[in-house]
Structures are given as C-alpha cells and as structure tokens.
Design a protein around this ligand. Structure first.
Ligand SMILES: Cc1cc2nc3c(=O)[nH]c(=O)nc-3n(C[C@H](O)[C@H](O)[C@H](O)COP(=O)(O)OP(=O)(O)OC[C@H]3O[C@@H](n4cnc5c(N)ncnc54)[C@H](O)[C@@H]3O)c2cc1C
Length: 479
C-alpha cells in the first residue's frame, strides 16, 4: 500500500496583534492585511470604530452615531482607507458650506474651481454677508500671515487666540470666522489651541489645494461603515477580529515576543501594536515595555477636550440643506441625517458643539431647548415642527487638546522595542484628533511592523499616502 504523501509543515507566519479597534487599529489592520502575516485585532467593545462609532437607541431609528463625523478632501490617508476597503461610495462630497448668521442670513461658502489655490478661497470669503469689508480684509491678512509663518518660529507655540490678537484681527473676524472654523476643526477653543494646530487646519485644509476643503459626510452610520463594511473586508483577508476582548496586560518575554493577557486567554505575538488612547496605554505595559517608550510619563500631561452632540427627531423636514454652520449660536454645526430607521415620520438632525466646556453643569434640557431654538431661528419650517424626541451626548474625553507644547509630547509610532509599536490619533502625525490622524498613525504603525519583520524583503515599506499636491502659487506662498 502506498503511503500518503507527507504534507509540508505549515509555514509559521509572523504573528501580529493589534490592541484597539478604533480607526488607528483598523487602519493598521488594513495596511497589514494580505502582507503574509497572521493578524489579529482585539477590541474591548462589542463593535469596531472606537470613538467613531454608533449605538442603537430605538429599533425604529436604526444605528445612530455617537457624534457626526466629517472628513475633508485633504484627508488623503482616510480617503485611501475608504477606497481600499470599498467604502468610498458611502460618502457624499460637497464643495459648498452654508453659513447662517445669528439673524438667519445665509451665506454660501464655495471655493472657486477656476482659481488656483490659495486664491480659490477669495470669492468664497467675499460671499460671507455677515462680515464687513474690514473683517474680510483682516481675515485675508491673517491667512497670508499663516501661510508665511515658518513652522520653526517661536510664535508657533503660542495659542492661536494670542496670535489672532497680535495680528490685529477684528473682533468680528475672530468670533465669526476664525472661531467658527477652528473650534469645529480642532475641537478646542482659540484660547487653548496652538497656532501650529490652527496653521495645519488652514494651510492643509483650505489653502494648499483647491479640493482640500471638500466636505465628506458618510451616507450611512459609522457602525455600518466600520463595524460592518470594513470589518467584512478585513475578515475576508484573513484578519481575525475579536470583539468584547479587553486586553489586561502586555509583557515582554525572554524571547523578545509580547505576551498578551486577556480575560479569556494568554497568547504571544512577534509584534503588538497598541492602538489605545494615551490614558489607557501605561496600565497595559509591563516595566520593560514601558521603558521602551521614551516620554511615557509625559503622556499624562495631554489634556482632552469635550464634544457634545444633540440628536433631534422631528415630525417633518426642517431644511433641504444637508448641513449648515451656525454663527454666534450655541449650536455650531447642524447635519440633516439621511434616514436610517424604518419610521418615515421621524426626521433626524444632529447638532455638534465642539470644545463644549461651557456646557458643564448646565441642565440637559436647557441645552436641548437652546439648540432647538437655534434651529427654529434659522429654519422657518422648524417653527411649525414638533420635536418628537431628543438626546444629548457629551463625550468628555472626545479629543486630545491641541495645546502649545503638545507636539513635543506626542510619541512616534516605533518604540525602542522591536516588539511594540504605537498607534492612535494622539501619536505623532502632525494632525489634530481626526479620523485622518488616526489612519495616518495606523499606516505609520504598519510601516514600522513591516520594517521590523522585514516582510517580503521590504526594508522601507510605504503605507502612508502623500498630501494633496500644491500648485505653483501655493508652493510660492506657503512656507
Ligand atoms: C464627539 C466626537 C466627534 C468627532 N468628530 C470628528 C470629525 O468630525 N471628524 C474627524 O475626522 N474626527 C472626529 N473625531 C475624532 C475621531 O473620532 C478620532 O480622532 C478617531 O476616531 C480616533 O481613533 P483612534 O483609533 O485613535 O482612537 P479610539 O477611537 O479611541 O480607539 C481606541 C480603541 O481602543 C479600544 N481599547 C481601549 N483599551 C483597550 C484594551 N485594553 N483592550 C482592547 N481594546 C481597547 C477602545 O475601546 C477603542 O475602540 C471626533 C471624536 C469625537 C469623540
């Protein structure tokens, strides 16, 4: 009788474990999938997405995002992740923003496609009816000054509030333009946010490229996007996702691997990517891994900033606009959400208030009432409408606070141990707390892993996607 042929022993693939299934962990997994590694993603909660996640309040309303998330045309890495995972069809892309003054006067802000960046912003700025010519001139001066501010100047580490006063911006320009844009983009007040963070928003997000300021809004809930679509894409490519699996501890073994302790089991990996928030990281690491991260003790100095979202369900449509920016009001942005639930009679709106410290101590109902009054002042249809239900969600640790000095604390993704890599929006990417920052950190972490493991001979693997290109004029003007 012939002996059956012996099966060759299965190749032992390098084992990589990602701790944390927010966008940083997801991006790391996307970049490592299909690269000849055994990849496992451990997430404490029952769904992927982290802070960019959803919940189910009432069956009839479907999945509701904790807070509306918006991306911009300049978010090249986030958009790359969406394209790679086949999710780019799940976003609407707008060039036009709609600003409403406190009196309800609407100004459409649409960068001109026929002018080179950064001149493309000029017609849009001139359209803002609630600003005087003096205010507009002051804003133009401010933008030029921002473009000409060298990243290494001392002023860079002042607050943007101080800088706006130094550059003699008019009070209306500060309150009704700089504050409106920056507080939403940075999740921090002008008095606390650094000039470097503000420059990042304006230069990369508005001035450098004609499409940078495009607004991308998911047409589905964040849960459908990340926990369903992207998770499916990852599983199809062999990434093992374990939800409801909080990691209790990470230990460096004698073989320089990492032992991962969860409630359910203990495993080892060649490399672990810790993609958890900065406050969670120290408690996970044993002494040797902690020693591999320079400046770990300083992470406690990173402060966070709160964001509130107010969810309103009404008995009728309030506006045909998909979104609006409210000036001089408590409500900063309002989004008309596409119907996700089954009930055709309920129309869903979300209001976002960033850097929401002023809400602390205020009664929940008074905040909802004021937000509803904001909508009634802006949209005539809201005056006839019935508010069916409302929810206020405040995330106290929504985003890290982009204060002066932060860049010196943010760690790079590679640690001093080849077995430990960091990811998370708070690590060094140059970006504020955004989905783009999180994805960048994940791609950089993946580059570090591929480099450590010398996967498929790649010495300097590239996962990070370049910024939008700058035209000649932008290159001449921006330092
Ligand atoms: C209210 C709000 C509004 C926002 N709006 C926008 C916006 O409009 N546009 C934008 O670009 N960004 C926005 N952001 C920021 C964006 O959500 C974050 O920058 C991004 O999602 C951060 O991703 P992350 O993976 O770095 O962190 P997280 O999303 O915090 O992910 C960390 C993950 O690690 C998990 N974890 C922690 N400890 C453990 C453990 N021990 N074991 C296993 N898992 C663990 C957590 O459960 C979590 O899922 C907003 C954030 C908030 C809160």
């Amino acid at each position: 009788m012939n002996e059956p042929p012996l099966k060759p022993p299965e190749e032992q693939l390098p084992r990589v474990v990602i701790v944390g299934g927010g966008l940083a962990g997801i991006a790391t997994a996307v970049a490592l999938a299909g690269k000849g590694l055994e990849v496992e993603l451990l997430e404490a909660k029952q769904s992927l997405g982290g802070r960019a996640g959803s919940y189910r309040e009432r069956e009839e309303d479907g999945l509701v995002d904790h807070c509306q998330h918006v991306a911009m045309g300049c978010c090249t890495n986030f958009l790359d992740l969406c394209r790679q995972t086949g999710c780019d069809d799940l976003f609407t892309r707008d060039r036009r923003l709609h600003f409403f003054s406190a009196e309800g006067v609407r100004s459409d802000f649409e960068p001109a496609s026929w002018l080179p960046a950064p001149l493309h912003l000029l017609p849009a700025l001139l359209e803002l009816k609630y600003l005087s010519w003096r205010d507009k001139w002051s804003i133009m001066r401010g933008m030029v000054a921002l473009m000409r501010t060298k990243p290494e100047t001392a002023a860079y580490e002042s607050t943007v509030g101080q800088w706006l006063l130094q550059t003699r911006q008019t009070p209306a320009a500060i309150e009704r333009f700089w504050k409106v844009v920056l507080v939403s983009a940075l999740g921090e007040s002008l008095e606390r946010a650094s000039l470097s963070a503000a420059r990042k928003v304006f230069v990369d997000g508005f001035l450098a490229n004609g499409r940078a300021a495009d607004v991308l809004i998911p047409r589905v809930s964040l849960g459908q996007l990340y926990d369903e679509r992207v998770a499916h894409w990852l599983r199809e490519r062999g990434v093992r996702i374990r939800l409801g699996t909080p990691v209790k501890g990470l230990r460096l073994t004698a073989e320089n691997k990492v032992q991962i302790d969860t409630m359910a089991d203990t495993k080892t990996a060649d490399v672990v990517i810790a993609a958890v928030p900065w406050r969670r990281l120290p408690e996970l690491l044993d002494e040797r891994l902690a020693a591999a991260i320079p400046g770990l003790a300083d992470f406690a100095k990173i402060e966070s900033s709160p964001i509130s979202s107010i969810h309103l369900w009404t008995d009728r449509r309030l506006t045909s606009l998909p979104h609006a920016v409210l000036v001089d009001r408590l409500s900063q942005w309002v989004f008309a959400r596409a119907k996700q639930g089954r009930n055709e009679q309920r129309h869903y709106y979300q209001i976002v208030i960033s850097a929401a410290r002023q809400l602390a101590g205020r009664e929940r109902q008074s905040i909802i009432d004021e937000a509803w009054q904001d909508l009634q002042a802006i949209f005539p249809a809201a005056r006839e409408a019935k508010l069916l239900s409302a929810q206020l969600i405040t995330q106290r640790e929504a985003v890290f606070s982009v204060q002066p000095g932060l860049n010196a604390i943010r760690p790079v993704q590679r640690s001093n141990s080849p077995a430990l890599v960091l990811a998370g929006d708070w690590t060094a990417t140059g970006w504020p707390a955004t989905m783009e920052g999180a994805v960048r950190s994940g791609y950089l972490a993946a580059e570090a892993v591929l480099h450590q493991l010398r996967v498929r001979g790649s010495i300097e693997p590239k996962c990070l996607v370049p910024d939008l290109p700058r035209g000649l004029l932008a290159r001449l003007l921006i330092r």
